[in-house]
Design a protein around this ligand. Structure first.
Ligand SMILES: C[S@@+](CC[C@H](N)C(=O)[O-])C[C@H]1O[C@@H](n2cnc3c(N)ncnc32)[C@H](O)[C@@H]1O
Length: 270
């Protein structure tokens, strides 16, 4: 799809940077405009390894989607999806898997719908994950999933944008709705709490200025917030381990002086 088609979506202003298109550029995508690229480059000037980490997160999501489809899951329910470009989950899953994407941002949804066209196995709906319970109970969600509740769920790159209690409620809502045997892929961003740099503070300040929460927890805290989901047989792993990359793939430089580490996990409801 030509990026200019996005410019024709009502509400899209190519002069104004858009979080989902900035993310697309960070992933190496082509669904972005000059203003998005400039905003992304500013972010990279603060934390150059952002690109590397974000690409690893997308690769983990793809790996989890393939793994869970190989285990027999035929429904993927994705939260805080951003733009569903072709390397998002529907692009790597077999055609018999139904994918429900969602995001809080109506503009992201409008752009997403143009990207997706009329693919009957994929749907994109608006959802604030702080209200996941009522979203999952919606008739259009139930109809699209054909009433299926034993599903694979995805929540990639979002826990950092939620406060502790919001994370706890989100994981609990999903747990209460999902049938036993369901699995949930998620990722956590951590850093050394004792370390900071002016660049890190500016990076966090950028999100806070946009009115976004940006809060990192420790790995034990995240696992506590996810309960009663429990990690599956693979356990919780650094994203590089999850992807089977060599231990030296992440350098000290990539940690940006604050000890950045990302973790990925497939959680289970027994
Ligand atoms: C870092 S992107 C994650 C992209 C995607 N999950 C992926 O793996 O490529 C974060 C996304 O979360 C969305 N978001 C932020 N707060 C949200 C909320 N409360 N509910 C739903 N989506 C939210 C943003 O609009 C943005 O698209």
């Amino acid at each position: 799809m030509d990026v200019n088609e996005l410019a024709r979506v009502p509400g899209v202003n190519p002069q104004v940077p858009d979080a989902a298109r900035i993310y697309d550029y960070t992933l190496g995508g082509t669904h972005n405009f000059e203003a998005d690229r400039q905003a992304a480059e500013y972010m990279f000037s603060l934390l150059p390894s952002t690109r590397k980490w974000v690409r690893m997160l997308r690769a983990c999501l793809q790996g989890a989607a393939k793994r869970l489809s190989a285990e027999g899951f035929t429904h993927w329910v994705d939260f805080a999806s951003g733009l569903p470009t072709n390397d998002h989950v529907h692009g790597v899953l077999p055609p018999d898997v139904k994918v429900l994407y969602s995001d809080i941002n109506p503009l992201t949804m409008a752009q997403a719908r143009v990207l997706l066209g009329n693919d009957p196995r994929v749907r994109y709906l608006e959802c604030d994950i702080r209200q996941a319970k009522s979203f999952l109970e919606r008739p259009d969600v139930r109809d699209f999933l054909g009433g299926e509740r034993k599903v694979a769920l995805g929540a990639n790159g979002i826990t950092v944008f939620l406060k502790a209690e919001e994370n706890r409620k989100f994981f609990r809502d999903l747990y209460d709705w999902a049938a036993p045997g369901s699995k949930l892929f998620t990722t956590f961003e951590t850093k050394d709490p004792a370390k900071t740099t002016p660049q890190w503070e500016q990076f966090v300040g950028m999100f806070q200025k946009m009115g976004e929460s940006f809060e990192l927890f420790s790995l034990p805290e995240y696992l506590e917030l996810c309960k009663p989901w429990t990690p599956g047989p693979g356990g919780v792993q650094t994203v590089s381990r999850f992807l089977g990359l060599p231990d030296d793939y992440i350098t000290e430089e990539d940690r940006q002086g604050v000890g950045i580490e990302f973790y990925a996990v497939i959680l289970e409801k027994k």
